[in-house]
Ligand binder design. Structure first.
Ligand code: KIV
Ligand code: ZN
Length: 520
């Protein structure tokens, strides 16, 4: 193997990641993530599974039409209809890839597909050929490859390459592999498949045993040239291989792997934040690379070592993953230019109007809180750029709550010039009562599926960030609120979810049916 290989990064946040419960995104959100992935430097964006739903189709088509700078990929089962539909969505892409998959393991053959081995090979070959008829860049995945008999896996891979597959992806679909096992599978394919040099070997690991990153690295060590991964490791069940972790492992241990990627690593934290804010799936504090504690040194002995020489306890520089060099504190005397610099350092590009709004919010916050940290600024910016349509806004609330007693809430909301106030005495607690009051005023009833409060930074005066997920007529909507007052942040979050529902309802109001005799 040459000593310096460039590993292709195939991001499937918008397909495998989005498939996980609670991670669904609308088209505008998918477009935002797709652009962020281009800025991050990923080589291939798997934008969706076009036949899965009209929404998925639209998302892949819109991304193909508008996003430039990466290959756009769409998933298809090994069926003509799937492949045709995938191409219909992908045809506009600057560079397109069709990703065809078919399960190959004994358990899938017997129980899911009810096909024998020869039939699987026939089906795989026909599908790859059909996809090649549309575009030259075709990836084939033998689903559940890690549990497939290795001799049969070699046969399938050889047949797929002969049929025109330019990438053969080896999925550890159920996260069953271990590093030695996955390394062995890749090595065996390289040794036994005669035409293997005509295709790139890819690895796709799920994280059921917490080994997705380790398994992907083992695959690279044994010759894989592409890694499939997602931002923050989101995905089915325990998720996929986390892009930020695998990329930083390759970079930090370049001495060992001898591989590079095209990833612009200072974009890792901003992209992670973007995906977390859009999906509402926050990363755990101690998550490698992008977790809040990933570069925090608490222990006195560590802090002492760090002051003497940073490398005593730090193997990566925070700025290399997109954390500002110093968590520089801004305060009420800081000006707009300082805030603007900080926003750029955090990876945001704000219009003059957005900067002004964030600056006004920043000044209000700095009045309440002596020190404003990067995380506070990022939270204010996110609030501004991800603002829901402001159908209703909070005008004020009064809350009387006592342990063991039914709370009383008086809530006022504004819609344009109109103000409505509702007083309710009900619910299991103050938040329940507030949410009931919001529903009464807006006339929109939802089921609250998730309600999360966390502090953006440390200290009693920290900003509270609240995320809410609600269901309305089978659709999921999310809302977010940020304030030093956690009750206000909660109402804001609930209200922004309700505003999304209201906007959706307004959009779906059908025009009146044409009158008899009128022109269409
Ligand atoms: O995990 C899996 O097997 C997949 C395939 C469709 C590649 O996501
Ligand atoms: Zn998968």
């Amino acid at each position: 193997m040459p000593s310096e290989r460039q590993i292709t990064i195939f991001d499937t946040t918008l397909r495998d990641g989005e498939q996980s419960p609670g991670a669904s995104m609308n088209i505008a959100e998918k477009m935002e993530v797709a652009q962020a992935l281009v800025d991050l430097g990923v080589d291939i964006i798997e934008a969706g599974f076009p036949i899965a739903s009209p929404g998925d189709f639209e998302a892949v088509r819109t991304i193909s039409q508008n996003i430039r700078g990466a290959v756009i990929c769409g998933l298809a089962r090994s069926s003509d209809a799937d492949i045709d539909r995938a191409w219909e969505a992908l045809q506009y892409a600057e560079r397109a890839r069709i990703h065809v998959f078919l399960a190959t393991s004994a358990i899938h053959r017997e129980f899911k597909l009810k096909m024998d081995k020869d039939e699987i090979i026939r089906r795989a070959v026909n599908s790859v050929r059909r996809a090649v008829g549309y575009c030259p860049d075709v990836e084939f995945s033998p689903e559940d490859a890690s549990r497939t008999e290795v001799d049969f896996l070699c046969r399938v891979v050889e047949a797929a390459i002969d049929a025109g597959a330019t990438t053969v992806n080896i999925p550890d679909t159920v996260g069953y592999g271990t590093p030695a096992h996955i390394g062995n599978v890749i090595r065996t394919l390289r040794e036994r498949v005669p035409n293997i040099d005509r295709a790139v070997i890819s690895i796709h690991c799920h994280n059921d045993l917490g080994l997705a990153v380790a398994n992907s690295l083992a695959a690279v060590e044994n010759g894989a040239g592409q890694i499939e991964c997602t931002i923050n490791g989101i995905g089915e069940r325990a998720g996929n291989c986390a892009l930020e972790e695998v990329v930083m492992a390759l970079r930090t241990r370049h001495d060992h792997y001898g591989c590079t990627t095209r990833i612009v690593t200072p974009r890792l934290v901003p992209t992670s934040r973007l995906v977390a804010n859009i999906t509402g799936i926050q990363v755990q504090r101690n998550k490698a690379i992008v977790g809040r504690n990933a570069f925090a040194h608490e222990a006195g002995i560590h802090q002492d070592g760090m002051l003497k020489e940073r490398r005593t306890y730090e193997i990566m520089k925070p700025e290399d993953v997109g954390l500002a060099k110093t968590d520089l504190v801004l305060g009420k005397h800081s000006g707009r230019a300082a805030l603007s610099d900080r926003a750029v350092a955090l990876g945001y590009h704000l219009s003059a109007e957005q900067l002004q709004t964030v600056f006004d919010e920043f000044k209000r916050l700095a009045d309440k809180k002596k020190e404003v940290y990067d995380a506070d600024i990022a939270a204010l910016i996110e609030q501004e750029i991800r603002e829901a349509p402001e159908t209703w806004v909070i005008a004020g609330y009064r809350l009387i709550a006592e342990m063991g007693q039914v709370p009383t809430v008086t809530l006022s909301l504004k819609r344009g010039d109109e103000e409505a106030t509702e007083q309710v005495t009900l619910g299991d607690g103050p938040f329940d009562a507030l949410f009931h009051a919001v529903e009464r005023i807006t006339g929109v009833e939802v089921v609250c599926r998730d309600f999360n409060v966390h502090s953006v930074t440390v200290g009693k005066d920290a900003l509270a960030e609240v995320t809410v997920e609600v269901a309305h007529e089978g659709q999921i909507y999310r809302g977010r609120g940020v304030s030093t007052d956690s009750v206000q942040a909660s109402v804001q979050a609930f209200l922004s979810a309700i505003n999304h529902v209201a906007a959706h309802l307004e959009r779906s109001v059908k025009p009146p049916a044409p009158q008899v005799g009128s022109k269409a």
